[in-house]
Design a protein around this ligand. Sequence first.
Ligand code: GLV
Ligand code: MN
Ligand code: MN
Length: 413
Amino acid sequence: MGRFVYAYFNAEFPNMTLNSDRFLADLHRLRQFGAAGVGKGVQRVAFSDADLAARDWLAERMAEIGLRPAFDAMGNLFGLSEEPGLLLGSHSDSQPEGGWLDGALGVISALEVVRAAREAGDRSLSLVSFQDEEGRYASLGGSRIWSGGQDLAEIDDNQATDGQRLRDARARLAPRPVEVIDAARFTGFLEMHIEQGPVLDQSGDKIGVVTAIVGFRELRATLTGQQNHAGTTPMALRRDAVQGFVAVAARLAEELKPLMDPATVFTIGHLSVAPNAASIVPGRASFSLQWRDADVQRLAAMEACIRRVLDDEASARGLELDVGPLESLEPVPMDDGLHALLKTAAEAVVPGQWRAMPSGAIHDASNVARRLPVAMLFVPSIGGISHDFAEDTDEADLVLGLQVLAKAVALKN
Ligand code: GLV
Ligand code: MN
Ligand code: MN
């Protein structure tokens, strides 16, 4: 699709030439690790063979352009520059059934911008692919641990839905050396991402400059009843975990409604039933409860409602209730300076065809904000589809996003 030349304000590095063909080729190459499903689907969950192979491939690309690849104990992969400066990137793990752009776009656009900047003589930009953004073991796990949001020891026994523990998954990093990467070497973090929603696709805007990332809460609950024979156990004597789950889900659909506004979301996205057999009264139902909003008071009111309904239904039905720790991320505003830079860059690349907007998806930037000024930009998602094999964006829009990212970096430097 061509090349784009950006003038750096810094006279020492007069210009940077982006190569959009090279950028798109790398994006398609990354998709080959775990390519699955119809269209451009990907299955590259954290610490899978595909994920680790993709990280090794990325480490080679980093080394090729003179960055020093470095893993930390959580499997985050950094490409470190010689000089302090901006950190660019996102994540390269995927959902169990994911698309080719969620996370990957932020990593590969960062690779192209860092590469072009280095070719122009700038050795200040570093690159990152965070691990387990998609929460196989802990949501935004890699950036959470790196930013000091939690100690690794606190989540190391977390289990994926297949029962595998994080500590055993991390053992798969061997023999790659791991080290501690100090955030002090970076001056800020820019993350480009697909929108994963319908706003840009419907408005026709080419770029979203993120104002803030919503707050996030998640609980995992298990209802335990009495596993028994489905033919011989009278209805009145059953303690059926699935019936308990159904009652909880139905009540929450009604009782959360008055607490939510149109932007609030609530999802039960995971359910597992044990022993999951047609002729057995189910003994156990484990499920996730996740809700998001920009207002922390609303998030707290929803939590109270969810806990009350769980308690009520468990005790009314003689079920045991176990609720895991609350996972939470506070709403995060973007850094004023970096946000302004992205707006200036967007106006330069797509005049009048961009908008400022909040992010309903959570991102590694939410965690990185603990340590660094952060800002994000979005490109449109076709049909607003994401976390699905069908996720896609026009390649011309991907390249516009790349140009805005590069322009912002050029303006900053
Ligand atoms: C990130 O993938 C999210 O769930 O928002
Ligand atoms: Mn993502
Ligand atoms: Mn995602």
